[in-house]
Design a protein around this ligand. Sequence first.
Ligand code: ATP
Ligand code: MG
Length: 401
Amino acid sequence: EALSTVPGYAGLSRIWEALPQARLVGGCVRDLLCGREVHDLDLASPFPPEEAQRRLEQVGAKVIPTGLEHGTVTAVINHHPYEITTLRRDVSTDGRHAVVAWTDDWQEDAQRRDFTINAMSLDQEGQLYDYFGGVDDLRAGRVRFVGQAAQRIEEDALRCLRFFRFFARYGRGQPDEEACQAIARLKDMMARLSVERVAMELLKILSGPQLLRTLGLMEETGSLAVLLPHHAPLSDLERLLACDDPSEPLHRLAVLYPPGGVGGQGVAEIGAYLKLSNESRAMLTAFAKPEPKLAATLDDDALRRVLFQQDRSILLLRSWLVQAQELGRPDSGWDELRHRLEGLEQPVFPLAGRDLIALGVTPGPEMGQWLKQTQLWWLERGCRPDAVACREWLGRQLSPR
Ligand code: ATP
Ligand code: MG
């Protein structure tokens, strides 16, 4: 069946040799059932973590105790990692930290998972365990809490965000009424979550195919105002998403915080507020800078020059954004331009300091000057001259001295 084509499938037999009762759980079961690409194979077993570790090592797996206090070990087989977690039940929870105990009852473990579609498991015989109607919900595009929505949110407010994340990905039809009412009532609990966790979920929401509906839902329940204050009107996003869509979450975030900003919040501020990585923040700030116009009329030499000065992905996203903002949607020239940009190799200036030393230039400010001049000459020629041509040109400049 579908499982045999998943990366890491081969190693599963080793795990089942060590832990015959282990089952695949959570996201991988859900994605196997709906034909979506499976990225992690997560398992659960009734063995306490130390026992699981010992048994896995006996069959030759490398085991890393990645989260012993949560019952999680990572087994590495043929360089492929598998997370294996001991079955748990909740003892108590205060909305941020859960106290758990091991159990050997699969249903108890399923009960503490967030949504019916995430609470299914699959054993080595291919038998599916679906305790709360997850298969039907998945088929109908329903994201439904296991148990009472309000209670599950009070235990852990991150589940509001997870609700939107899974709705953005799998949701169809009307969203679950009980969930929406509970979120609307308890949304302020989200303000107390750590920014890092919120940001991670937000970026996942932003990459969901049902983004517009989900953001609409987040607005209706008052969640959006708690999480992303001062964003641009959703209608802007609607207009932009109607165009060809690179579905990059940072790009979508940038659309919600256009250059100039709304209420003093620009994309740079939102990047800092969400404590995004330096790389992500650089990408977001790049959006806010004035635009070097990319036009279909530029020839390949000119395109290579722009490409040398700016990272390709930023360049593509920014110019896409500017086009879309100016024209309502990128014009037909955009596709052709993107095609050409993607077809070009990233230019790399072929000379370095040691080439200059070989030509007799003494290290120091003088060398920097010559490097710069050669680079200018190389840029004027559309980044085409190779190392030999650059050395020859520089040699000619140096010889009259
Ligand atoms: P993805 O494909 O996006 O990774 P996933 O379902 O694997 O989706 P994870 O965040 O990796 O999502 O969590 C793995 C599983 O752990 C979930 O399927 C769910 O059963 C459970 N889970 C994770 N976070 C929570 C939570 N806050 N409350 C309850 N159950 C959770
Ligand atoms: Mg996962």
